[in-house]
Write a protein that binds this ligand. Sequence first.
Ligand SMILES: [Zn+2]
Length: 98
Amino acid sequence: MAAKDVRRCVSCRRLAPRQEFWRVVRLADSRRVVWDQGDRRAMGRAAYVCPCLPCVAEAQKKRRLERALKTPVPATLWPDLWAQVQGQVGDSPVCNPN
Ligand SMILES: [Zn+2]
């Protein structure tokens, strides 16, 4: 894995290949913040979070994505993340919030 493909979780600071994270992007053109679900062509400033409950909770509670992206994250983004993370309970990737 090339070093340039390593990313850091905004919550637990874990380093891992970017495919292991969820990618949230502030689009370069509209400045809208979206969850990039596989479309790597979504261009803009990106932040990464582990696809696990502790890290999503931390990111929301402590506004980690807002800080990383330097812009407000729409409230409508969170239900999408939560729905996905709750569907993974018992099957989620390793996650180390501390
Ligand atoms: Zn994490």
